[in-house]
Design a protein around this ligand. Structure first.
Ligand code: GSH
Length: 275
């Protein structure tokens, strides 16, 4: 693991690091925020998965999570959204390839050799940060848009991995959306039965979630129709999953929306990760 930068931030440390990823077969960059409480021993860890076009950096500099993480004593991990580099497959579209890994393990050409973001986030990077930082066994997960999809699906796919769950404007029903069908088809192939394990709405009905879920969604989100929040809310209701779904009047899809509700999400996770 290489240190790219470390900056004191709200009494803790915002770091950016890179490492050679076995899962993705390339160098991966990620960011970790350690709160001041970590000086006294391991702290719970909140994973923040970012959306389309993002790197580890967008949320780190725009979501304003660090002040709240310092207040509540949570570490933050910001993974990249895909493998990157010259030898890594890409596409001209902003929503496929580099910057758009969708948190799945690709099985199809040309993506399969590097696009293994599910294993990367759920296993490899988790092991790496747990070994190298004062992080406890308590992990929560959240994310925005494609990252909200990643948070919801990884939490349900890996029971026991994450003890708390929330999302900001998640891609909630990707098998029924152009933000999903295109990418799941490219990465996993045309057999749609392979897609269902990567759709939060379908996973909720199939496997469910053992805890409760906080979802914030902007009512003026310019991508509202692609995100399909209604399908997720219907599944939450149908499965009697405890949740707080908040449709936020006037808010769009941007980091102004994410940063506005960042403290509520940190408080949600902190309350569930202390036990
Ligand atoms: N077509 C848009 C879609 C991308 C987009 O809005 N991405 C969201 C996540 S889905 C984002 O977080 N963008 C980066 C940022 O706002 O810093 C663009 O390329 O700007």
């Amino acid at each position: 693991m290489k240190t790219i930068s470390e900056n004191r931030c709200f009494g803790g440390m915002q770091g950016v690091y890179s490492h050679e990823s076995e899962a993705c077969g390339c160098e991966m960059t990620f960011a970790v925020y350690m709160p001041p409480q970590a000086q006294d021993g391991p702290v719970p860890c909140l994973w923040y998965l970012s959306g389309l076009t993002c790197t580890h950096e967008n949320a780190m500099i725009k979501a304003g999570l660090q002040a709240h993480a310092a207040e509540f004593g949570l570490a933050l991990v910001f993974p990249d959204t895909s493998p990157r580099g010259e030898g890594v497959a890409n596409d001209e579209a902003y929503d496929l390839g580099q910057g758009a890994g969708f948190y799945v393990n690709a099985t199809e050409t040309p993506w399969a050799p590097h696009f293994q973001m599910e294993s990367y986030v759920a296993s490899e990077l988790r092991d790496l940060v747990t070994e190298n930082f004062a992080i406890s066994v308590h992990h929560g997960i959240t994310g925005h848009s494609m990252g909200g999809h990643g948070a919801l699906t990884l939490a349900m796919k890996y029971p026991g991995h994450y003890q708390s769950l929330s999302a900001f404007a998640p891609i909630a029903n990707p098998t029924q959306s152009d933000w999903g069908r295109k990418q799941l088809g490219a990465y996993l192939g045309g057999d749609e039965s392979a897609w269902t394990a990567h759709d939060a709405t379908l996973l909720l009905k199939d496997k469910g979630w053992s805890g409760d879920i906080l979802v914030d969604q902007g009512a003026d989100d310019q991508f509202y129709d692609l995100l399909k929040p209604g399908a997720l809310v219907a599944a939450l209701t149908e499965t009697k999953t405890a949740h707080s779904y908040r449709l936020q009047e006037g808010y769009d899809h941007s980091y102004y929306f994410v940063s506005t509700f960042a403290r509520d999400h940190i408080a949600w996770h902190a309350a569930r990760l202390k036990g």
